[in-house]
Design a binder for this molecule. Structure first.
Ligand code: HEM
Length: 219
């Protein structure tokens, strides 16, 4: 568009509001400049790369034996549940909660009726155990932990309502709850690096040191 000079030699008057619009544009450019980019120089730059440090547990696994004998009984137990002050009794693995078929409990999926695996028999090879419902419960629960880091593990933080909300309400009154201590003990004692979830080192998590007859150690 060419601007024709008016008879008064002046440029035609700018429509009302255009001054405000250009002031807004200048202000916007300044605001954009002040928000900065990845390294703070160019506002249109990509955001800085999010840090995602490598895990500290070298791919270690938690103990299947301790899960089956000490953690799964908690996930099956009828526990007092506090949802916004309304008390009820329910189990984590129940229908509507974390049951694998009828649960609404997100990624934690449990088969409450899973049979215990007799680890003392030769038939209980890793390949065979990994086909069982109990192993599915182990795998899903381990997936809700950051191995070695109980404070960052949803399996504890959700039922404690610690830094997160929980659709199932408050299940463990606080971290001194006996059940919370067992889950914490499991998360903080992974099997040695290079060994799998069936490692014989799990015997040390029981007293006497026997995964079949020993009593579950706890914090
Ligand atoms: C010891 C018992 C329990 C544990 C360890 C537990 C743990 C968890 C975890 C880890 C999540 C997050 C799953 C995800 O990553 O998506 C979760 C979510 C959920 N849980 Fe539970 N839960 C327990 C009991 C219950 C009970 C009894 C109910 C039902 C009354 C329940 C209902 C839910 C629901 C609806 C969600 C999805 C919404 C959310 O993310 O908060 N939970 N729970």
């Amino acid at each position: 568009m060419t601007l024709a000079r008016s008879s008064f030699g002046a440029f035609p008057r700018r429509p009302a509001g255009s001054a405000a619009a250009s002031r807004l544009l200048v202000a916007g450019a300044f605001a954009l400049a002040s928000c900065g980019g990845g390294d703070g120089t160019n506002p249109l730059d990509n955001a800085a790369t999010v840090a995602n440090p490598a895990g500290t547990t070298n791919g270690q696994k938690l103990s299947f034996a301790y899960f089956q004998r000490c953690v799964m009984p908690i996930l099956r137990a009828q526990l007092p549940i506090n949802i916004n002050g309304a008390m009820s009794v329910n189990s984590c693995a129940s229908g509507g909660c974390h049951d694998n078929t009828t649960g609404t409990g997100g990624a934690l999926r449990l088969v409450g009726s899973a049979a215990d695996v007799n680890l003392a028999t030769a038939a209980a090879s890793a390949a065979v155990v990994r086909q069982t419902d109990m192993y599915r419960n182990f795998y899903s629960s381990q997936g809700e932990t950051l191995i070695g880091a109980p404070l960052a593990s949803r399996l504890l933080n959700k039922p404690l309502v610690r830094t997160v909300l929980h659709g199932g309400g408050l299940v463990f009154a606080d971290e001194n709850d006996a059940n919370a201590k067992i889950i914490r003990y499991w998360i903080t004692r992974p099997m040695p690096a290079g060994q799998d979830e069936f490692s014989a080192a799990a015997a040390n998590l029981f007293t006497p040191a026997d995964v079949t007859t020993g009593v579950c150690n706890t914090d």
